[in-house]
Design a protein around this ligand. Structure first.
Ligand SMILES: Nc1ncnc2c1ncn2[C@@H]1O[C@H](COP(=O)(O)OP(=O)(O)OP(=O)(O)O)[C@@H](O)[C@H]1O
Length: 261
């Protein structure tokens, strides 16, 4: 078991306000984590630290066994897969989907003068098929639906064989069918022993893919509950995190929560 992420007593202050406070969290290579919490709880800030895009104010963050602040973060970022709505905004609308995935191996957006190896081309084709994008390989990113875009960004993120895959609200804005298709794929990916550690931010228990093993529940920058999914995702912890009582049901590894009257 290898530690992929380790937060030790992490705080993150802005304008004198704690955005994160006393966060202790360890992710090992076989873990699949969900970070759940209301708007403004600090979920995206956790992702910023976990992707080496920012530093804690106090406490320490180790990413892939390297202490932030002491390591060349560019070397580290090549080993991290990250998908967020901001990632999508950086992709030119005329980028060809096959190139979008293929160029990840060379850490550039847009295809320039790289000489691609056959092995990379085969890997890109395999990953496109795995994420149900084979039929879109020659399409441009700008013509894809939201669901197809999300899958294309995940395909790009896994192209480099990252040691951790971080997804910030991957199913936000998707219609029911697109969401369910994405969740099925994420669930399959999460359950494969060859997949990297995964961390996914969401607002909704309905969006937790089966196969995710742990949950961190954040409220106002502090951990409200943390641990294995089965024992930590409870109606009581949801109430403590979201500030209202819920009826929580679980069926075949999927969860649903509705307000208790
Ligand atoms: N650099 C910053 N400067 C000032 N305030 C910040 C900064 N970064 C985050 N915040 C504030 O910290 C709080 C937590 O933000 P964050 O984006 O991490 O929350 P979140 O849980 O991801 O929210 P959402 O679910 O709405 O995306 C918010 O109130 C936000 O306005």
């Amino acid at each position: 078991m290898v530690n992929v992420l380790r937060f030790t007593d992490v705080s993150y202050l802005r304008n004198g306000r704690p955005i994160l406070d006393g966060v202790d969290w360890t992710v090992t290579d076989s873990d699949r984590w969900v970070i759940l919490g209301p708007n403004g709880a600090g979920k995206t800030t956790v992702m910023k630290l976990a992707t080496a895009n920012d530093y804690p104010t106090t406490g320490t963050v180790d990413v892939l066994d390297k202490r932030l602040g002491r390591v060349d973060i560019f070397e580290l970022r090549n080993r991290i897969g990250f998908v967020s709505s901001a990632t999508a905004r950086r992709i030119p609308a005329n980028e060809i989907v096959r190139d979008l995935v293929l160029t990840a191996a060379y850490s550039v957006e847009g295809r320039w003068n790289e000489h691609y190896e056959d092995i990379d081309i085969r890997q890109a084709e395999r990953i496109l098929a795995e994420w149900d994008l084979a039929g879109f390989a020659d399409h441009t990113f700008g013509t894809l639906s939201d669901g197809e875009r999300k899958r294309a960004l995940i395909a790009r993120a896994v192209m480099t064989d990252p040691e951790v895959l971080l997804l910030d609200e991957p199913s936000a804005s998707l219609d029911l069918g697109a969401r369910e298709r994405l969740l099925q794929m994420l669930s399959g990916f999460a359950q494969s022993p060859s997949s990297p550690a995964m961390v996914m931010v969401t607002h909704h228990v309905e969006e937790i893919p089966p196969g995710f093993t742990h949950v961190m529940m954040l409220k106002a920058g502090r951990i409200q509950a943390i641990g294995p999914m089965a024992t930590t995702l409870t109606a009581d912890n949801l109430e403590a995190t979201f500030g209202m009582p819920f009826e929580l049901t679980a069926h075949d590894g999927r969860y649903a929560a509705v307000a208790r009257p």
